[in-house]
Design a protein around this ligand. Structure first.
Ligand code: NAI
Length: 336
């Protein structure tokens, strides 16, 4: 059998953490052939609750669960870690300024970046789920100079899934008939949901939408905001933020990264920019990417039209502003 993989989950007693660990133990992260050692990290006040999660994991008698341990010390939690699901973060509380949110999270992600730098396995890869996810990934990477920066990614797979589902609904087809969507920029309301390369049953999505009377104006006024503001809509309707769908997306993000995208297809991940598509190097932006053999590649630049360019640039401007705010606060690490 395959040796067990060591996976660190932060915020493990939180909502998304709780939804993630059981599916990881059931094989949704690494496949049905790879046992998993779970290392659950929480803040000291929630460590007892995390112990309860660990007890329930044991109660699942998951054949793939090789071990489960609980930590309130990041250095210990990341010792030997191969995959980091960085879910725990400081939420924005009432009256909190953006700078306060950035600095509170910078505190968390700088400490975790250093712990990863010092203790994680050489193969370590991370997906940051905790918001502001892109900038949190940037901060962690900046504090882990010995780990290749490209191993720090952030989650926009949920946005990608939301866009696939909404396009399928608009065209009255199955999600299996939809392909080629790209999410660009920040995991925030500024993200650009790009349908210019998307297809529906192999035909250009914009053509299929046009046949239904849905033009670019509709894409701009309805479709893009529908996806970008879906999180707020879920809160309104469900009475709580997205949890199971976020956990699912985080699991798929890592699984795709490790196992690869299907031939001729891509997904969306927020990754440190190589400068591709005119997005400044180093900023953690969502891109269309292909994955193979445990690596990913940003999809080759294409001639982005003016419509897309303006929307990509707007979201990237927000990312640059976040990076600058964090840098001004002196919160970036030695790599920056
Ligand atoms: P939650 O508040 O239920 O859980 C967060 C957990 O993280 C708490 O148990 C807390 O104690 C823990 N935590 C805080 N600081 C920590 C630290 N330094 N080390 C370890 N654990 C720590 O929140 P929920 O609903 O699970 O969401 C988690 C994060 O995911 C939030 O930041 C949320 O905004 C974000 N999110 C991101 C999405 C994405 O697509 N990128 C989608 C949905 C949520």
């Amino acid at each position: 059998t395959t040796p067990a993989a060591t996976v660190t989950v932060t915020g493990a007693a939180g909502q998304i953490g709780y939804a993630t660990v059981f599916r990881a133990a059931a094989g949704a992260l690494l496949g049905p052939a790879t046992p998993v050692r779970l290392r659950l990290l929480e803040v000291p006040q929630a460590a007892r609750a995390a112990e309860g999660v660990a007890m329930e994991l044991l109660d699942g008698a998951f054949p793939l669960l090789a071990s489960v341990d609980v930590f309130d010390d990041p250095a210990a939690a990341f010792e030997g870690s191969e995959v980091g699901l960085l879910i725990g973060a400081k939420p924005r509380s009432q009256g909190m300024e953006r700078a306060d949110l950035l600095s509170a999270n910078a505190g968390i992600f700088s400490v975790q970046g250093r712990a990863i730098n010092d203790g994680a396995a050489d193969s370590f890869r991370a997906v940051v789920v905790g918001n502001p996810a892109n900038t949190n990934a940037l901060i962690a990477a900046s504090h882990a100079p010995d780990v290749p920066a490209e191993r720090f990614t952030a989650l926009t797979r949920l946005d990608h899934h939301r866009a696939e589902a909404q396009l399928a609904i608009a065209c009255d087809v199955s999600v299996n008939d939809v392909d080629g969507i790209a999410i660009w920029g920040n995991h925030s309301a500024s993200q650009y949901v790009d349908l210019t390369r998307a297809t529906v049953q192999g035909r250009p999505a914009e053509e299929v939408l046009a046949e239904r009377g849905l033009d670019r104006q509709w894409i701009d006024d309805f479709f893009i905001p529908k996806v970008a503001k879906r999180g707020a809509e879920i809160i309104r309707v469900r009475g709580g933020s997205s949890v199971a769908s976020a956990a699912h997306a985080a699991l798929r993000h890592v699984r795709t990264w490790l196992r690869g995208t299907d031939e001729g297809r891509w997904t969306s991940m927020a990754v440190p920019s190589t400068g591709a598509h005119g997005i400044p190097e180093g900023v953690v932006s969502s891109f269309p990417v292909t994955c193979s053999q445990g690596g990913y590649a940003i999809v080759e630049p294409w001639a982005v039209d003016e419509f897309s360019r303006a929307r990509i640039d707007r979201s990237v401007a927000e990312l640059l502003a976040e990076r600058e705010a964090v840098a001004e606060l002196g919160l970036l690490g030695p790599r920056a």
